[in-house]
Design a protein. Structure first.
Lengths: 148, 217
């Protein structure tokens, strides 16, 4: 529906009838009042007052500290290994031996389970299901920490 | 610096008390320090092995932080935001790994057990490595992290993910060298780490399971 009243036409479509403001003092005054009301100043934010976000400064790479710290730990390890009459290979072999020990422990546990009574096997199966169900329940919770 | 001193001083007191208690303990308890040359050699070798493993941890931590610093930081933030959940999840996950490994070992005669056990082992090791590096970051941030922007702007070295990880490795490594208490704290840190790694899906902010919703429209 259209109207012949220029004021009404201006109110319906201010951009298309912008010329009307020059001929109508009433509409000009209303437009000025609306413009004055809409000039809302953004509140000033003191960025320094906000808490430090975890990501701030996180990409900084202090190479002297990193290389110095790493070199210090490696040198201390090599000196101690030398003093103890060992080589890094000994440490690697020891780690592999501990893996073998874990594998032996698992094999013994599996053998015990195979030789156990039906009741014990069922109890173990129930414990397995309960623990994994609890794990799934805990994994469904959304993380809380934010690093926006 | 004052914060670091506040942390190191009690730790030094605890370490000194422990060493004194171990040296003064009756021999029947079996926790005394080295009594013979053989004992001293064994203790030296243990310390050397721990230091060598710490060096490996340092290299792994720096490499992993360089590769995915943002994920490590997110996991570290999560650990500090909900520590109890991460610890509970870690305990349940370790128990689940152990029970699942026994079940897979049970299945070895049926051939399917070997690949399953291998996959579980790889997953568990990756989880532990990632989680422990996240713990290093969290410990480093708690001990030496900046609290204000002025503090951050003044610092040249002690800022950034890499620095926090290095500080965390040094602190936890020093604690690891304390007899009796060190391995316990290290094990607790591993539990925290595994829980954090799983809680944040290795810092990727994705859900582990898709939500199933009925389409009612």
């Amino acid at each position: 529906m259209t109207t012949n009243d220029p004021c009404q036409r201006y109110l319906e479509d201010p951009e298309a009838n912008a010329d009307h403001l020059q001929s109508c003092a009433k509409c000009r005054a209303e437009a000025a009042a609306l413009a004055a009301k809409s000039e809302v100043e953004a509140p000033s934010i003191d960025l320094d007052a906000l808490p430090l976000a975890p990501w701030e400064g996180s990409s900084h790479r202090p190479w002297p500290l990193v290389l110095g710290g790493t070199a210090m730990v490696v040198i201390v390890a090599l000196v101690l290994l030398d003093a103890a009459g060992m080589s890094p290979m000994h440490v690697a072999e020891g780690s592999l031996a501990s893996m073998d020990a874990i594998r032996g422990l698992l094999n013994r546990a599996a053998l015990s389970l195979r030789g156990a009574s039906i009741g014990m096997q069922l109890a173990f199966g129930a414990a397995f299901l309960i623990v994994n169900a609890l794990l799934v329940v805990l994994l469904r919770r959304a993380p809380r920490g934010s690093d926006a | 610096m004052r914060r670091a001193l506040r942390l190191f001083l009690p730790l030094t007191v605890v370490a000194a008390s422990l060493v004194t208690a171990i040296m003064a303990a009756p021999p029947s308890l079996g926790i005394r320090g080295p009594l013979s040359f053989g004992d001293a050699t064994e203790m030296m070798q243990k310390t050397a092995v721990i230091a060598a493993l710490l060096a490996v941890w340092m290299l792994a931590a720096v490499s992993l932080t360089l590769l995915s610093g943002r994920e490590i930081r997110y996991s570290s933030v999560e650990m500090r935001a909900s520590a109890l959940h991460c610890f509970a999840l870690g305990l349940v996950a370790v128990t689940s790994f152990a029970l699942t490994a026994i079940v897979f070992s049970y299945l070895i005669p049926y051939h399917i057990g070997v690949p399953l056990l291998f996959a579980l082992g790889v997953f568990a090791i990756l989880t532990k490595i990632y989680g422990t590096v996240a713990v290093f970051h969290a410990v480093g941030t708690l001990a030496a992290g900046s609290r204000t922007r002025e503090q951050l702007a003044r610092r040249h070295w002690l800022r950034g993910d890499l620095a926090m990880v290095v500080v965390g490795v040094v602190i936890l490594g020093a604690i690891r060298l304390i007899p009796i208490v060190g391995p316990i704290i290290w094990a607790l840190a591993s539990v925290f780490g595994i829980g954090t790694a799983l809680a944040t899906k290795f810092g990727r902010r994705e859900p582990w399971f898709l939500a199933y919703r009925l389409n009612l429209s």
